[in-house]
Design a protein around this ligand. Structure first.
Ligand code: FAD
Ligand code: NAI
Length: 472
């Protein structure tokens, strides 16, 4: 195999964790390579995750709004039609320009982009099998950062063909709108992709094992509100139901489901079934066994506080290890890991990482849920404010949802902020900053917020936490 000069850092995986780690390491003066086997940078997020899903969410929302919600605004449009090919082309264009952009950033920062599958063969060596079929490359390196991400968890007995039985990867690339779609799992992927196809005309049923939608981490009040709003938009929910088995041998797909509460069984049929029951760490072909690195019972690579495996120079970040499977979490870890290598210190505040569900309206949160605070035994107060009482939301005819604050009773320190409503995903940034700075709800309520903006609902929910809101 051929050799290239020794690197300070070899990053395996070019997703939000890996590419950010590589750029930061290079910026810190380390000789850095990033190995990626997909043929494009950006990982799951840019290629088949965050970016394509948000393109379809945005454009399907515009389509749906023009079709169903525009008349009351004094705009008459006739003959609205969907051009799915063009909607997919717009998505592909956004993805391509963003993944290409990272390649440019690599060039600007001097990161070596190695296209191939990386296998750790020793503490200081990564062998790469190039995707173009060329000769194996040996990269000698002082440090390795593993950022190989995750993949969809399959449903036992239902083979994924990405046409009839799909994961999110198939759900961002369907070539026609299914008449009926069943989503297994009412978490973030299920609700986002279910929304897309429901807006485009599919009859969507979500089967969720728990008795609330939203996946782990969503506050119960927000989950309840989300289910009501999405239900009104036409999505059907079968919560507290488990899928027993599936059969995709016929024209469509049949699912046997059972109520968790009374064991009553039922058969559901659809043209397409989306499996969205979570994601699992991806370490295939990585060669962990060559260096004795272990994973836990869920396949996550075991690390310490500084992202180190049992080998001090092999670090792990992003979806393939512990914590929320979110792009911005992986990015923060990418920067911290590079800083640990160069400077010996790095930091991520795991208590202040926001989550956003990009449905319409959006849901967004940071900090603890009310259920978590209650379980911790801490005394707390809650303040809420409905968008129905916010002037801008009323003006925009977008009054669904609310802002909810949870603060510690004794100190008024903000413990959690949960929003469902227009622009929640942007609004939560203020909440993240509040938690990062250890703000009290009164700090926020006494901060002037421009009128008329949706953010006034944020301020008034803070006010309602320790006092009375003005407009509710
Ligand atoms: P990944 O992005 O998975 O990147 C890992 C990369 O490593 C991959 O490109 C893979 O090809 C490569 N790789 C693996 N093994 C090897 C090897 N041996 N050699 C070379 N390369 C290898 N998160 C958000 O924050 N916001 C969102 O809106 C959002 N939307 C999402 C929508 C969908 C449909 C999905 C599926 C996910 C979404 N996520 C979102 C989650 C987000 O995509 C992940 O949290 C994020 O991509 C994790 O980054 P990562 O770098 O850890 O791994
Ligand atoms: P998830 O963990 O969010 O939700 C999975 C849901 O499926 C849970 O509610 C679970 O109870 C349910 N479930 C599991 N097994 C089931 C079964 N057999 N039958 C019925 N229901 C079952 O996982 P999801 O939605 O697949 O997303 C994976 C990851 O991707 C998440 O961790 C999320 O963080 C990330 N993601 C983030 C997005 C964002 O930030 N906007 C968008 C999409 C994904």
């Amino acid at each position: 195999s051929s050799e290239s000069g020794e690197h300070d850092v070899v990053v395996i995986g070019g997703g939000p964790g890996g590419y950010v780690a590589a750029i930061k390491a290079a910026q810190l003066g380390l000789k850095t390579a990033c190995v990626e086997k997909r043929g494009a940078l950006g990982g799951t997020c840019l290629n088949v995750g965050c970016i394509p899903s948000k393109s379809l969410l945005n454009n399907s929302h515009i389509y749906h709004q023009i079709k169903h919600d525009i008349k009351q605004r004094g705009i008459e449009v006739d003959n609205v039609r969907l051009n799915l090919d063009q909607m997919m082309a717009a998505k592909d264009k956004s993805v391509k320009s963003l993944t290409g952009g990272i390649e440019i950033l690599f060039k600007q920062n001097g990161v070596d982009y190695v296209k191939g599958t990386g296998t750790i063969t020793g503490e200081n060596e990564v062998k790469v099998k190039p995707i173009d079929g060329g000769e194996e490359i040996s990269l000698k390196t002082k440090n390795i950062i593993i950022a190989t991400g995750s993949e969809a968890t399959p449903f036992p007995g239902l083979e994924i063909d990405e046409k009839k039985v799909i994961t999110s990867t198939g759900a961002i690339a369907l070539t026609e709108v299914p008449k009926k779609m069943i989503v297994i799992g009412g978490g973030i992927i299920g609700l986002e992709m279910g929304s897309v196809w429901s807006r485009l005309g599919a009859e969507v049923t979500v089967v969720e094992y728990l008795d609330a939608i939203g996946g782990p981490g969503m506050d119960a009040d927000i989950a309840k509100t989300a289910q009501r709003i999405l239900g009104r938009q036409g999505i059907k929910f079968k919560t507290a139901h488990k899928v027993l088995s599936g059969d995709a041998s016929g024209k469509g797909v049949k699912l046997e489901i059972e109520s968790v509460k009374n064991q009553k069984q039922d058969t559901l049929e659809a043209d397409v079934v989306l499996v969205a029951i979570g994601r699992r760490p991806y370490t295939e072909g990585l060669g962990l066994e060559n260096v004795g690195i272990e994973t836990d019972e869920r396949g996550r690579i075991i690390i310490d506080q500084e992202y180190r495996t049992k080998h001090e120079n092999i670090r792990v970040i992003g979806d393939v290890t512990f914590g929320a499977m979110l792009a911005h979490k992986a990015e923060e870890e990418g920067i911290a890991a590079a800083e640990f290598i160069k400077k010996g210190y790095g930091h991520v505040n795991y208590g202040a990482i926001p989550s956003v569900m990009y449905t319409h309206p959006e849901a967004a949160w940071v900090g603890q849920t009310e259920q978590e605070v209650k379980a911790s035994g801490k005394e707390y107060v809650v303040g809420t404010f409905p968008f129905l009482a916010n002037s801008r939301a009323k003006t925009n005819l977008e009054t669904d949802g609310m802002v909810k604050f949870i603060a510690e009773k004794e100190t008024d320190r903000v413990l959690g902020i949960h929003i469902i409503g227009p622009n929640a995903g942007e609004m939560i940034a203020e909440g993240v900053l509040a938690i990062e700075y250890g703000a009290s709800s009164e700090d926020i309520a006494r901060t002037s917020h421009a009128h008329p903006t949706l953010s006034e609902a944020f301020k008034e929910a803070a006010m309602a936490t320790y006092d009375k809101a003005i407009h509710a």
